[in-house]
Design a protein around this ligand. Structure first.
Ligand code: NAD
Ligand code: DAU
Length: 354
């Protein structure tokens, strides 16, 4: 049995679905169901006895202790986080609360559980912390990609809170011997991503004939990885990673934002000819830049490839085509999200342009 936190969100839900497609090992899925958590993501496994969903907070020590004692998982995989950079700029407190304080309490619950185990269970146990490339800061155009030894230089409240959690995880290994693994991944895209992030936001707006907001000059670069490849990297690190080690995960797919958006527009011209506005690129609208906007991220995932044999299976071209097709086929999923609290966020972030 494994325990996953944040498994109703984008990557966590993809991970749980992929896991149960390949294994009969039960998953306990602990998620607070913040605005980003969505039970619809897990609808296909609602009646699956291998999936036990529990609504709760990683920072709730009593709940975590009870879950660990009752189910005795052999691993904890921590996806739970506040994850959107723009939200961290407008309101950092939740990020500190969940990503820093919440991770600390989770580590304490896990440490107590692990300490009480017998020696063989102790050495088999793993705590895998899912983190981000944003902890390394921003690259210039000619800088080499981030490696596992690149010094941390987080620039947003989000990345600073993730960096703090990474340091705590590292310290729990160094000080207490907790068997931890950390992954630092680049930008994910794919099915089930909340439409506050660039790719699903552009999909949702383009289909509705609304403006496609590009921050600044649109030349900021991200290194895109299909979410299924992130899930396979996490499974690989969980199975074969060396204790206490960090593994960078990336897709060797650096793209400027404007190029990503133009690619989606061209695909939509082809796949969604009935849109209110075509060509879809006519909807591209340059807007005010993000405060402190990191210019470029690029991940060197050579260590994961060389030591553990992982490689992504999607190129950006195959992955984005699948993703565009998924959003077109799942308009009800998008419509169910695009209401309530989310509409309030769009008004706050994009004002009258929304
Ligand atoms: P997401 O925002 O889609 O999902 C986060 C999930 O965590 C939600 O289901 C939410 O309800 C849950 N959650 C939030 N606070 C919680 C708490 N206190 N206790 C329990 N559950 C809580 O995020 P995502 O994009 O799926 O990211 C998952 C993880 O991967 C995060 O740790 C993020 O930092 C990391 N990551 C994301 C990306 C990316 O491109 N999205 C890339 C690299 C790393
Ligand atoms: O690099 C990994 C990180 O990728 C993860 O740790 C984060 O959880 C995840 O949200 C993502 O962060 P980014 O800030 O890179 O992703 P986002 O989709 O918000 O933005 C991608 C790029 O697109 C970024 O340069 C900002 C830009 N952008 C974003 C939005 C929402 C726009 O130009 N317009 C927009 O409306």
């Amino acid at each position: 049995m494994i325990l996953v936190t944040g498994g109703a969100g984008f990557i966590g839900a993809n991970f749980v679905l992929d896991w149960l497609a390949q294994s009969d090992e039960t998953v306990i899925n602990l998620d607070k169901l913040t605005y980003a958590g969505n039970m619809e993501n897990l609808a296909s496994i609602a009646d699956d006895p291998r999936h036990i969903f529990v609504q709760g907070d990683i920072g709730d020590s009593a709940l975590m202790t009870q879950l660990l004692q009752t189910h005795q998982p052999r691993a904890v995989i921590n996806f739970a986080a506040e994850s959107h950079v723009d939200r961290s700029i407008l309101g950092p407190e939740d990020f500190i609360q969940t990503n820093v304080v919440g991770t600390f309490h989770l580590l304490e619950s896990v440490r107590a559980y692990w300490t009480a185990m017998d020696e063989s269970a102790k050495s088999a146990f793993r705590f895998l912390h899912v983190s981000t490339d944003e902890v390394y800061g921003s690259l210039g155009p000619d800088d080499a990609p981030f490696t596992e030894t690149t010094p941390y230089a987080p620039n947003s409240p989000y990345s600073a809170s993730k960096a703090a959690s990474d340091h705590l995880v590292r310290a729990y290994h160094h000080t207490y011997g907790l068997p931890v693994l950390t992954t630092n991944c680049s930008n994910n895209y794919g099915p089930l991503q909340f439409p506050e992030k660039l790719i699903p936001l552009v999909m949702m707006n383009a289909v509705a004939g609304k403006a496609l907001p590009i921050y600044g000059d649109g030349l900021n670069v991200r290194d895109w990885l299909y979410v299924g490849d992130h899930c396979s990297a996490i499974r690989t690190v969980l199975a074969h990673g060396k204790l206490g080690e960090v593994y960078n995960v990336g897709g060797w797919n650096e793209k400027a934002n404007i190029d990503v958006v133009k690619t989606i527009c061209t695909m939509l011209d082809d796949l969604h000819a009935g849109s209110p506005v075509t060509p879809h690129a006519d909807l591209i609208t340059y807007v005010k830049d993000r405060a402190g906007h990191d210019r470029r991220y690029a991940i060197d995932a050579t260590k994961l490839q060389r030591e553990l044999g992982w490689m992504p299976s999607e190129t950006f071209e195959t992955g984005i085509r699948k993703t565009v097709a998924w959003y077109l086929a799942n308009q009800t999923w998008v419509a169910n999200i695009a209401s309530g609290e989310y509409r309030h966020w769009v008004e706050k972030q994009y004002g009258s342009k929304a």
